[in-house]
Design a protein around this ligand. Structure first.
Ligand code: FAD
Ligand code: 2HG
Ligand code: ZN
Length: 524
């Protein structure tokens, strides 16, 4: 066994504020190196357009919504002004195609409101005139929920980007829903706070999109999910009524907790316009370890040790298998700091004392190595090195796209079974370019991916519904964090009881009786 741990040693110690330093932040990527921007650039290449959704999925029929006419456009232009109503075909294109280039609508109208009042008036008009609406934030969603299926009007929140207030005593930040997550992170950082959510799409995704998908991200293990950290939401119902649940209180049991209806409902119950979010203090000490392991049993033992020995400072525990890492080293030319192993673990701590945390991290690594669980690894608290390690993890989604077409699954399984589906799937899909798994081990959420040179319906039938049946047998979730969107409504019964699905349908009918909000999504 090789031991070349870079434990502390030359690593520079981090004291005091560090996230805002110009030389870099520990959480990549930044706007210039952002996968979304790169993917959009590829999109502009000839022949890169995905098939229209209506052609790829002919079984989904357009519902009886109005076709947009001059009178409708006139109303929108009068309300928002010419510049905030986009009808140019080329300009509309980017709003019609999802990040994965897996679905494509043909909306001819993109609306760009700036205020809650404008959102309210748009929705009231659409509801009265039976015009279907697709709410869109950063368009980084991975289940086809953020773009129109047919010709739904796109309501884009990108101009609703005001930060309204930050209470530095309570840490509660209030902002409009179109704020880009990374901008909020920078804003909080300058005030010694952090946003309790971080994900690879941070340079593009909006906080309203994050809330509408109940995004999980890389540190859910430590900071919990948005149902806990979002204290208040303002949303507009399909009929234009503004529902103000923007209480910024940690405790408020006055009746039903209605904000939760909008967290994770993927734009089907209302358009989120404002958010109050609890920001924890920025950690003073950070450590990241990148470890190589021989077997999944060793991975599980290492997870148990991490929880036991790192305790309250453990902020992330991610698993990457070798084919997943290969997607970023071979396609994106990123370098792994250690040699090749079947499994890698990325373990991070957030704490308040460098000495204390470093000591804990060393103790943990020493015991993992002496038990023979970890074969090789590196640990660091240098910003640049931590950033490079995180970049390996956060770039996998983008790296896989370079294989061609990606069938993407986002599954919760009992931890013991976390990786069991990957070898099974490898056996089933013999012609795949790659079958791999990575993700949030600490939360029991694996991202299983099957890549092909191009979309192939036969392969799709080999994977689905098998993968969902397998997950259901283990009482897992068929959508752990990305949501249901357009891709999965017909599979949610694998994870939700008939009674629960029925209640979802009743809520939808009550809140959006004409079904204008994000139709064809989420509800089976
Ligand atoms: P969009 O993609 O624009 O929309 C997503 C859904 O929310 C759609 O159904 C849309 O209609 C609805 N919506 C958007 N804004 C509003 C609004 N204001 N009101 C009502 N409905 C709205 N997800 C995770 O959970 N964890 C991760 O770690 C993660 N990592 C990612 C990494 C990469 C590289 C990429 C490309 C994606 C990743 N995602 C991840 C998925 C995606 O980024 C998240 O789902 C994100 O929260 C979507 O935000 P968005 O602003 O891009 O929303
Ligand atoms: C992540 O954890 C995201 O990196 C994206 O949730 C996962 O690409 C995926 O499937
Ligand atoms: Zn994820």
């Amino acid at each position: 066994m090789r031991r070349h741990m870079l434990v502390g040693g030359a690593a520079r110690r981090l004291i005091g504020p560090f996230l805002g330093s110009p030389e870099g932040r520990p959480f990549p990527p930044n706007n210039n190196n952002n996968p979304f921007e790169r993917s959009l650039r590829q999109l502009s290449g000839a022949g890169a357009l995905p098939q229209l959704t209506k052609d790829r999925y002919p079984q989904v029929k357009r519902r009886d919504f109005a076709e947009l006419n001059e009178k409708h456009l006139g109303y929108f232009k009068n309300l928002l002004g010419e510049n905030r109503v986009i009808t140019d075909k080329d300009e509309c294109q980017g709003f019609n195609i999802d990040w994965l280039k897996s679905v494509r609508g043909y909306s001819q109208c993109i609306l760009k409101p700036k205020t809650t009042q404008e959102v309210s008036e748009i929705l009231k008009f659409c509801n009265d005139n039976r015009i279907a609406v697709c709410p869109q934030g950063g368009n980084t969603g991975l289940v086809g929920g953020s773009v129109p299926v047919f010709d739904e009007v796109v309501l884009w929140t990108g101009l609703m980007n005001d930060i309204i207030s930050l209470d530095e005593n309570s840490g509660v930040l209030v902002c409009q829903s179109g704020c880009i997550l990374e901008n909020l992170e920078n804003f909080a950082d300058e005030r010694d706070l952090m946003i309790p959510l971080d994900l690879g799409a941070k340079g593009s995704c909006h906080i309203g999109g994050n809330i509408s998908t109940n995004a999980g991200g890389l540190r859910l293990l430590r900071y919990g999910n948005l149902h806990g950290s979002v204290l208040g939401v303002e949303a507009v119902k399909a009929d234009g009524e503004v529902i103000d649940c923007t209480s910024a209180l940690k405790k408020d049991n006055t009746g039903y907790h209605l904000k939760h209806l909008f967290i994770g409902s993927e734009g089907t119950l209302g358009v989120v316009t404002k958010v109050a979010i609890q920001c924890p203090p920025k950690p003073r000490a950070l450590n990241v370890a990148f470890l190589g392991l021989e077997s999944f049993d060793d991975v599980l033992a290492c997870l148990r040790q991490a929880k036991r020995q790192l305790g309250e400072i453990l902020s992330s525990c991610e698993l990457i298998d070798n084919p997943s890492l290969d997607a970023v080293t071979s396609h994106l030319n990123l370098k792994s700091p250690i040699s090749v192993y079947p499994f890698y673990m990325l373990i991070e701590t957030h704490g308040s004392s460098c000495d204390h945390d470093e000591e804990k991290m060393h103790g943990f690594l020493e015991s993992c190595m002496s038990d023979g669980l970890v074969r090789d690894g590196t640990t660091t608290n240098e910003i640049g090195k931590m950033k490079a390690i995180w970049e390996l993890r956060e770039s996998i989604t983008e790296g896989l796209l370079h294989d061609g077409y990606v069938f993407k699954y986002d599954i919760s399984l009992p931890t013991r079974e976390f990786y069991s589906l990957v070898p099974v799937m490898r056996e089933r899909v013999k012609d795949a370019v790659r079958v791999c798994g990575y993700g949030h081990l600490g939360d029991g959420n694996i991202h299983l991916q099957v890549t092909l040179k191009e979309f192939n319906e036969e392969v799709l039938r080999i994977i689905e519904p098998f993968i969902y049946e397998y997950t259901a047998k283990l009482r897992g979730s068929v959508s752990a964090e990305h949501g249901v969107g357009f891709r999965k409504p017909k599979y949610i019964h694998y994870s939700k009881s008939p009674g629960a699905i029925n209640l979802m349908k009743q809520l939808k009918v009550m809140m959006d009786p004409k079904g204008i909000l994000n139709p064809y999504k989420v509800i089976p």
